[in-house]
Design a protein around this ligand. Structure first.
Ligand SMILES: [Ca+2]
Ligand SMILES: [Ca+2]
Length: 236
């Protein structure tokens, strides 16, 4: 009988332990694996093209460099503070700053909204790196460029002396259909001071905490820990 108790005891203890476990929460000290419900939707519209970095990592590249004007929508796993860095380009010949076979000075615009309430607005930093045609001279078009810093997307890049972005009304940018098919409520179109001549610009912005106030798990260190359900061994 004593032997039986010793046999049953661990089983009973295990049963009691597993009954008490919340199936959705990992054992204490173990991070759970992120789910798609932990992600937020990022919607980005650029006239004409962009690439987006978050916390120093490339997250999205506009799949269409010129027209039609498209929305890029991706799932992102947020972690705060969140440093957003965007390179945006108006379609422009690099030698003339003009488009459509050098017949037109095109204009630009950029808008972004994340599912946590992050939006573009005049609090973002902005700096131009290529602009023209200088003085709107379309007869002898000329552009000026600044070298793009190698680490422009880095978290610790110093943008402290950059100007703030300028907000532009929707009717100035005149966004196309895809913009209206996505949620950009609360977001402002931004660019530098000259939406026509500044053709390559960089925006930067730091989101210190989720604008919607929701608490979110930080999964940014996931590759350095063993989650609650480690990967299965490959089958033989
Ligand atoms: Ca332009
Ligand atoms: Ca354009």
């Amino acid at each position: 009988m004593k032997k039986m108790i010793w046999l049953l005891l661990p089983l009973t203890l295990f049963a009691a332990w597993s009954f008490g476990q919340d199936r959705n929460s990992p054992p204490v000290g173990k991070p759970r694996k992120p789910q798609i419900s932990d992600t937020i939707k990022a919607s980005i519209y650029a006239d004409n093209w962009f690439m987006l970095y978050i916390n120093g990592e490339l997250v999205a590249v506009d799949s269409i460099k010129f027209i039609p004007h498209n929305v890029v929508s991706v799932d992102i796993l947020p972690s705060y503070p969140m440093t957003i860095a965007v390179m945006a380009r108006d379609n422009a010949d690099p030698k003339t700053g003009m488009e459509y076979a050098n017949t037109n000075i095109g204009d630009a615009g950029f808008v972004l909204k994340f599912g946590d309430g992050t939006v573009t607005n005049g609090k973002w930093k902005a700096k131009r790196y290529s602009w023209g045609p200088i003085n709107r001279d379309t007869r002898n078009p000329r552009v000026e460029n600044l070298p793009i810093p190698e680490d422009w997307y880095a978290i610790n890049f110093d943008d402290s002396n950059w100007d703030l972005a300028k907000e532009y009304p929707e009717d100035v940018v005149d966004p196309k259909q895809s913009y209206f098919e996505h949620d950009f409520k609360g977001a402002k179109f931004i660019w530098t001071q000259d939406i026509a001549l500044d053709n390559t610009v960089i925006f930067r912005h730091v989101v210190t905490s989720p604008p919607d106030g929701k608490t979110r798990t930080d999964f940014s260190n996931l590759n350095n820990v063993v989650p609650d359900s480690p990967p299965k061994r490959p089958k033989r």
